[in-house]
Write a protein that binds this ligand. Sequence first.
Ligand code: NAD
Ligand code: WQD
Length: 341
Amino acid sequence: MSEKILVTGGTGYIGSHTAVELLNHGFEVVIVDNLSNSSIDVLDGIKKITGIEPAFEKFDLCDRTKVFDLFKKYSISAIIHFAALKAVGESVRIPLDYYHNNFESLINLLLAMQKNPVAGMVFSSSCTVYGQPDELPVTEKAPIKKAASPYGNTKQVSEEIISDAIYAYPSLKAISLRYFNPIGAHKSAHIGELPTGVPLNLVPFVTQTVAGLREKLRVFGDDYNTPDGTAIRDYIYVCDLAKAHVVAVRRLIEEKNKKKFEVFNLGTGKGISVMEIIKNFEEVTGEKVNYEIVGRREGDIEKVWADTTFANNELGWKANTPLKEILLSAWEWEKKVRNNK
Ligand code: NAD
Ligand code: WQD
């Protein structure tokens, strides 16, 4: 019998790509999502790619009774916990919603794990926990800096909650994956990123500008201490990221983890500037990106990219999709979404 993986937030951007990878690797998938930031149509996209429609339960993970009932209904082998609110700016405006949603859902899942025979949890963390690191590339051992937003703080404190719970309840174990900047879409263009309203992230803003939804991209700052003056990030293909979750969940199920709580950076190990994103996008798509340079965005850091040695060696995983291919997948997805409207 195949292992059943609970994927919370599985109709969301990274969760849907991970559900596809899990199904392609023979796992059964149970998705829980309250659809607060995703659409039920994503299930069709997953089915078109894999031929399988995963089990789906629509409810809010802050509802403890519903979480406990879920574990009675399904025999869950392991959890991948994506569900969270994730907009940095919004978290500054409504911090209590962020703390309530992101902590309550996590605590309910940890309590359910404690009561049921679950191999462990893979948790979605973020490079945001490092702030502007003192040394680059940034390793998992780098100090955690004071969070720049309530959202970032939920990731830092969530890692602490998991760590404390594991210490207190010896049957629990977990892997925290610190994502750098996930971009792109599945190459079938059946699933991808669907930002609501004006996108905050660079790549969706680029694709929407070229698609004619936005007049121009604003490049936030060209006076950083970087080769072309624009800020640098580590952009990782969402399907490469999804594959790392399959490895991590197997590691927990097969008890290959070396500590009860492990933390891995998931990035490419390569820093890319905003201008390099624009240039590569233009080259691979043949489209022109209308942009203007404006001032720095408040709260932005100058540069960050991952040291991925630990994930490469321990997980035997590496992000290797070329940047141009990733940007093309984002563009193909954008065109598909626009044609369907
Ligand atoms: P997303 O918003 O596309 O997916 C999250 C999903 O969780 C959504 O479908 C939403 O409806 C659901 N959800 C939220 N709260 C819920 C609740 N209480 N109960 C049930 N469902 C709930 O986001 P994503 O980009 O796929 O991110 C997934 C995870 O990865 C999040 O934890 C996010 O913080 C983390 N992360 C994302 C990025 C990024 O740039 N996308 C980077 C680092 C970390
Ligand atoms: C990338 C670069 C911008 C938009 C955010 C969250 C972080 C993590 C990943 C979840 C920056 C520049 C952007 C635009 C621009 N998420 N930019 N014009 O800020 O690295 O990280 O997503 O954990 O927590 O903060 O990603 O895509 O917003 O920006 O010039 O319209 O693109 O200044 O240098 P960021 P991003």
